[in-house]
Design a protein around this ligand. Structure first.
Ligand SMILES: C[S@@+](CC[C@H](N)C(=O)[O-])C[C@H]1O[C@@H](n2cnc3c(N)ncnc32)[C@H](O)[C@@H]1O
Length: 385
């Protein structure tokens, strides 16, 4: 691409020739080149064909920064040498906690990632701020312009893709609004597996739209084949009041897997973290360890390395630790809440065990007792038949 001053300095003769070639009056061309007025769409098209620049490149020359030109720049970062990936300076990091399995930093995740080797991470879980103007302990700005937020997401997503091992898995938790945007970027480097809808209400009804009732959890792998894919099976859904079947399983009851039903891409059993007994973080979003347990169990093995760039209250690190995964964590804000949580690891272990005892079975212990009492079918009804 030429420098913009070369492009705009046109002699009267050049303008005249251009006018004849393009069928645009010399006065109009003068306003475009001398006064730098943005050409109309039709004229941009003609100029694009004449100069062999695409429309976005021409708009950038005319100094227009809009959605279209920003997207063009994001896709072609190498036209801006300073933005080429891998140029970030490696900084000295601020390590705030260590266990036998993991390391926690209080740093910008981009700085932590800059010091990490390519293709070294087995599983990534990322739950960034959602740009909803939330108050975080770090005081970070959680209300960026849309374009800036997308640009910021692209930067760390590109780094995450670089860090992921072939066959490794990446999970990205966000509002559907933002996960639509970032999917395009992820699709360039990774293989799309699922858009998991996690049924959780998170705001008040919005006028003119349906009541938002799910978070999006994107699941991508590096390459088509995942190194680990070991999803839990879950109990069959039954009526919470009468414990009866919600679906008619007809003649299939006897063939149902004792370990439960296949998990789908709609998760309805993840609890919000509201109760004081569970909540470790006073103000902001903390994810249930049941969610992290499911993700870590599904896509990693003991000894694997798990990375979460947005620590928050440390739910990912706690579950990784309890499940013998190595982990690296960071948050731009204070680490106190995470460190305090590691001091009550046994309490967290108990909560996790309580969740896990209801996994990989067709009926939970409680529903099994109730169904037997009500003479409803259970696995035992078919034993010996
Ligand atoms: C939504 S919270 C994560 C909550 C976490 N998943 C949990 O369950 O507790 C997002 C976190 O990202 C942190 N954060 C924001 N920008 C960051 C950055 N550039 N690098 C590292 N952490 C950042 C915020 O301080 C906040 O704690």
């Amino acid at each position: 691409m030429t420098s913009s001053s070369d492009f705009f300095s046109k002699t009267p003769l050049e303008l005249k020739n251009l006018s004849e070639n393009l069928g645009i009056s010399p006065e109009t061309l003068k306003s475009y080149f001398k006064d730098r007025k943005l050409p109309s769409d039709v004229h941009l098209q003609k100029l694009s064909e004449h100069f062999h620049y695409n429309k976005e490149q021409l708009k950038i020359l005319w100094g227009v920064v809009d959605r279209e030109t920003l997207e063009y720049l994001q896709k072609n970062l190498d036209v801006i040498p300073a933005l080429k990936p891998g140029k970030r300076r490696i900084k000295k990091l601020n390590q705030t906690m260590n266990t036998d399995l993991g390391t926690l930093y209080r740093n910008d995740c981009l700085d932590v990632m800059a010091g990490m080797e390519d293709e070294t991470v087995d599983l990534i879980f990322a739950d960034p701020p959602f740009n909803l103007n939330k108050k975080y302990p770090s005081g970070m700005n959680d209300l960026l312009k849309e374009e800036e937020y997308i640009l910021w997401m692209n930067r760390w997503v590109d780094e995450l893709c670089r860090l992921l091992k072939p066959g490794g898995a990446l999970f990205l938790w966000n509002l559907p609004r933002w996960n639509i945007e970032i999917s395009k970027r992820l699709n360039k480097s990774l293989y799309f597996k699922n858009w998991i809808a996690v049924d959780l209400k998170y705001s008040l009804p919005i006028r003119g739209r349906l009541y938002p009732s799910h978070y999006s959890l994107l699941y991508f792998t590096k390459g088509k084949k995942a190194n680990t894919f070991n999803p839990d099976r879950i109990p069959m859904q039954i009526c919470p009041k009468c414990y009866g079947d919600l679906k008619d399983y007809g003649g299939y009851k006897s063939k149902m897997n004792k370990k439960g039903v296949n998990i789908t891409d709609i998760w309805t059993d993840i609890p919000p973290v509201r109760h004081a007994k569970y909540k470790r973080r006073k103000n902001s979003n903390e994810l249930s360890i049941k969610l992290l347990d499911r993700v870590i169990e599904m896509a990693s093995k003991p000894g694997d390395l798990v990375f979460d760039p947005f620590g928050g209250s440390g739910s990912t690190y706690i579950v990784a630790e309890l499940k013998d995964r190595r982990w690296i964590g960071t948050d731009i804000g204070p680490s106190d809440e995470i460190i305090a949580r590691f001091k009550i690891l046994d309490t967290e272990r108990q909560i996790l065990e309580d969740y896990r005892k209801d996994m990989n079975c067709l009926f939970t212990e409680q529903s099994l007792t109730q169904r037997k009492k009500r003479k409803l079918w259970t696995n035992e009804s078919f034993e010996g038949s």
